[in-house]
Design a protein around this ligand. Structure first.
Ligand code: NAD
Length: 478
């Protein structure tokens, strides 16, 4: 796999002469190195993207041809899925099967948006006999995209694919903790003969390369997926330049489990929502369960039983259910949160500490009950396999708890009563609400945050309007 930066259609030799060591979270073995982009590489990447934008390479490209190239990208992602998933699993920690799923998902995103290239129908707005008005969805220009480490391939695909449709050219920074597998996109873009300069991949640490990218004078839009703290810093740094920012941030997603719910289904969804995929390191993880007092004992007993059956292990073992946390820092962070949970008086039912395996960053799936809604573990994003359980007596109380954090990314409601589900969904402050399961998703479905979980939408047709701006053309007819 390439370890260089991909600029203007080529992997280029390092100008900074610096690189970043990438470690396997399951054992700390060195997976490889990636070249670090500093001032010169960053300038080259923006110059290439700016040039491609100014030449209107994407905007003037025949829509059917663009669609064909995007479908080829999808095909190539499937072709390289197996080999790339091994690297992704080594640098990220997820199981190889999950990594393959991530590549499949990325391919589906390119296929879906390939189908939209010739279907953006702008508006002709009637306003009487004296004028003629129409709109065009236009790109912003050079889109800077910054990606986190938990789903680097899926998140790369979702913002790049829609940018191609709308016509933005791209400078993208993969996450420093697992950057290597993202370089497959450079190889693929060259192989499908995407014109040079449209995609530029630069690697580096957030507080160095990331900051320099945000400060660059050629940025016209920023797509940031990551923590609210960094998002807030980016907003402050771009305020004077009035740069539009599209922000996909953290979450503290909660499921409300009503007494008429199928508890076995709710338990299955909980295991899937917080423990199994990527050890809970998911922005939309089910990190809270708000359970009616009549069914709480049954839910906790069954959840505890299922949790004990989970295998904790590395991503290259197909039997592993709970894979490692991304880094030692993340392991310490999750451990600290669990200590604070115990100190706040929450009842630790299981887990709460590291699982020692081969110097890996493994953490035991953890269940806290009787959590105080004002405590730190109730309010902050832990980003690990830790769930907090709350008790409720009536619907209003459940809604109060679900909306009690600063976040509003996803939520769930478990009930056999559709009217109650609708009543609940109408009152939850979150961009996505799932009913009777978790992760009911698809490339054609929009998602995004309320409150500190960000703004702008990814997925589906809505996404086009988060990556572009409407221009109106009005002609006086007499
Ligand atoms: P992070 O904010 O630390 O880093 C995200 C990216 O920003 C990385 O590429 C990093 O190098 C870069 N970065 C860091 N500091 C920067 C700076 N000052 N200027 C510019 N770039 C900088 O987040 P993380 O720890 O990588 O990811 C976890 C967070 O991402 C969680 O909060 C999670 O919920 C969120 N997330 C959200 C979504 C979503 O779609 N809403 C998806 C995945 C992850």
């Amino acid at each position: 796999m390439e370890i260089r930066n991909y600029i203007n259609g080529h992997f280029i030799d390092s100008l900074s002469k610096k690189n970043i060591e990438v470690k396997n979270p399951a054992n700390q073995n060195v997976v490889g190195f990636i070249d670090e982009a500093l001032d010169e590489e960053i300038d080259l990447a923006f110059a290439a993207a700016k040039n491609a934008f100014e030449k209107r390479v994407l905007q003037d490209m025949d829509a059917a041809h663009k669609s064909k190239i995007m479908r080829l990208i999808a095909d190539k992602l499937r072709e390289y899925k197996n080999s790339s998933s091994i690297i992704l699993s080594q640098e990220n920690g997820k199981t190889i099967k999950q990594c393959e799923g991530e590549f499949d998902g990325a391919a589906n995103v390119f296929d879906y948006y390939a189908g939209l290239t010739d279907k953006i129908e702008n508006k002709l707005i009637p306003s009487g006999k004296d004028s003629f008005n129409y709109t065009i969805l236009e790109p912003y220009g050079v889109s800077l995209q910054i990606v986190p480490w938990n789903y680097p391939i899926a998140l790369f695909a979702r913002s790049v694919a829609v940018s191609l449709v709308v016509g933005n050219t791209i400078v993208i920074k993969p996450p420093e903790l697992c950057p290597i597998s993202s370089n497959i996109f450079g190889k693929i873009f060259s192989e499908v003969q995407m014109p040079n300069g449209i995609l530029n991949i630069v690697h580096g640490y957030g507080d160095k390369t990331g900051k320099k990218l945000v400060d660059h004078k050629s940025v016209n839009q920023i797509v940031f997926t990551g923590s609210p703290e960094v998002a807030s810093e980016i907003l402050k740094k771009t305020a004077d330049r009035i740069i539009p920012c599209h922000l996909e941030l953290g979450g503290k997603s909660a499921a409300i489990i009503y007494p008429d719910a199928n508890i076995d289904q709710a338990v299955e969804s909980t295991v899937k929502g917080i423990f199994k995929p990527n050890a809970g390191q998911i922005c939309v993880a089910m990190s809270r369960a708000i359970v009616h007092h009549k069914v709480k004992d049954e839910y906790i007993t069954k959840l505890n039983q299922k949790t004990k059956e989970l295998n904790i292990g590395p991503g290259n073992d197909e039997k592993s259910d709970v894979t490692p946390l991304i880094s030692k820092e993340q392991l310490q962070r999750v451990t600290n949160y669990c200590h604070s949970g115990v100190q706040s008086g929450a009842n630790l039912i299981t887990g709460g500490k590291q699982q020692e395996i081969h110097n890996g960053n493994f953490f035991k799936p953890t269940i806290f009950d009787n959590v105080d809604i004002n405590s730190t573990i109730a309010r902050e994003e832990i980003f690990g396999p830790v769930i907090s359980i709350f008790n409720f007596e009536n619907e209003e109380e459940a809604i109060k708890i679900v909306n009690s954090t600063d976040y509003g990314l996803a939520s769930g409601v478990f009930t056999s009563d559709d009217q109650k589900a609708k009543w609940t969904a109408d009152r939850i402050e979150a961009g996505v609400i799932w009913h009777n399961d978790w992760f009911v998703d698809g490339v054609n479905l929009p998602g995004g945050g309320y409150k500190k979980s960000g703004y702008g939408r990814d997925g589906g047709i809505d996404s086009l309007y988060s990556y572009g701006q409407t221009k109106r053309v009005s002609k006086r007819l007499n």
